[in-house]
Ligand binder design. Structure first.
Ligand SMILES: NC(=O)c1ccc[n+]([C@@H]2O[C@H](COP(=O)([O-])OP(=O)(O)OC[C@H]3O[C@@H](n4cnc5c(N)ncnc54)[C@H](OP(=O)(O)O)[C@@H]3O)[C@@H](O)[C@H]2O)c1
Ligand SMILES: [Zn+2]
Length: 338
């Protein structure tokens, strides 16, 4: 008889999370099975919950997954049982399309997303393609590693690919899961780091995380405050508010980039003239491939960047998710399975 496991699934778009008992999945060719130890709850899990992408339901969300390889499927040579690994948003690529053939896995046309294309980490076991795995550094706990598989890699990997040099002004808007890591990376990468939040509540925390300056958007126009500091080289936007992104544009200096990590569906108001005169750009950035996740994990260990987590058991996933959605979490919510 098949072994059973606990999982948290969404039966259909906009349905509540439900705890179910399922068969422990078997890895197919080229796949591995993880005994999941921890899974971070990302704001993007709302995509699975609300059905904002085409999804086959029921679906188990979760794309900040860390565990031990518990079984390898036929044809898997790169991984073995017992290894400590993670799976992030980038849940595998086809390896055959034009993009993959030149190594550009980010734009693979049939790229899979963990927790969306297949069942993710809100479960005791999960199956993933072998090319979706990142190695967790020795000595790092699963709870510490999990948020780095999406919130971490998205902020670290986007920042390290911007045209920005030590000493430049980097602003991080929104101090949630992504933002609190973004502040730490910006500081550790040597930038003059400005945290932007609503109200004064998070000032002290932002400074503790490494911000040199703090801007409270309720105290006046944020663009003016940034211009007073000289104008930002990069503004990392983590809230999914297009109107706010439009306001932040005015805070960029020459050659500045508005880096869109949290995206709304509304258009962002942009003055073409301003972009042109100051050689500015608006750029989006989707997380990274598993090698980027591995780099993020390694850098985080090296530079002592750590996610601040609130830990919940799997059974309390609905409550944990609500904590994040209501902006009460300080700063990442992580489910712990074992
Ligand atoms: N690009 C990618 O690959 C990628 C990866 C992961 C997540 N995401 C997206 O990035 C966004 C952030 O994710 P997260 O997990 O960090 O979420 P989160 O923990 O909920 O943090 C978002 C933060 O944005 C701020 N915020 C929320 N609503 C706002 C509003 N209306 N106006 C101004 N600020 C607002 C809040 O910070 P304050 O309280 O400090 O204002 C909040 O803590 C989500 O949209 C998510 O889907 C993108
Ligand atoms: Zn995510």
């Amino acid at each position: 008889m098949a072994r059973k496991m606990k999982a948290v699934q969404v039966r259909q778009a906009r349905a509540p999370f439900e705890i179910v008992e399922r068969d422990v999945p078997e890895p197919g060719p080229g796949q591995v099975r993880l005994a999941v130890e921890a899974c971070g709850i990302c704001h993007s899990d709302a995509i699975t919950k609300e059905g904002w992408m085409p999804i086959q339901y029921p679906r188990v969300p979760g794309h900040e997954v860390v565990g031990r390889i518990d079984r390898v499927g036929p044809g898997v040579t790169a991984w073995k049982e017992g290894q400590h690994v993670g799976v992030g948003w980038h849940g595998g690529h086809c390896g055959q399309c034009d993009a993959c053939r030149v190594g550009d896995f980010v734009t693979c046309v049939v790229q899979q997303v963990c927790g969306i294309s297949y069942d993710g980490g809100y479960a005791e076991y999960m199956v993933a393609p072998q090319d979706a795995l990142a190695r967790v550094p020795e000595g790092m706990s699963s709870e510490d590693a999990a948020p780095l598989l999406c919130a971490g890699v998205t902020t670290f990997n986007s920042l390290r690919n911007m045209n920005v040099r030590p000493g430049d002004l980097v602003a991080v808007q929104g101090i949630g899961g992504l933002g609190h890591l973004g502040i730490q990376y910006a500081r550790k990468l040597g930038y003059r780091t400005v945290a932007i939040s609503r109200g004064g509540d998070k000032r002290q925390l932002a400074l503790e995380l490494g911000a040199h300056e703090y801007i409270d958007t309720e105290k006046g126009p944020v663009a003016e405050a940034l211009q007073k500091l000289g104008g930002a080289r990069v503004i990392m936007v983590t809230a999914s508010s297009s109107s706010l992104a439009g306001e932040l544009l005015g805070g960029l200096g020459r050659n500045g980039t508005l880096l869109i990590l949290g995206a709304g569906s509304e258009p962002i108001p942009v003055s073409g003239l301003q972009l042109l005169l100051k050689r500015q750009r608006v750029q989006g950035w989707p997380s990274g491939i598993p090698q980027d996740s591995q780099d993020t994990l390694a850098f985080s260990k090296l530079a002592d960047v750590r996610s601040r987590n609130e830990v919940f058991p799997l059974e309390r996933a609905a409550e944990a998710y609500e904590r994040m959605m209501s902006n009460h979490a300080r700063f990442r919510v992580v489910l712990k399975m074992r």
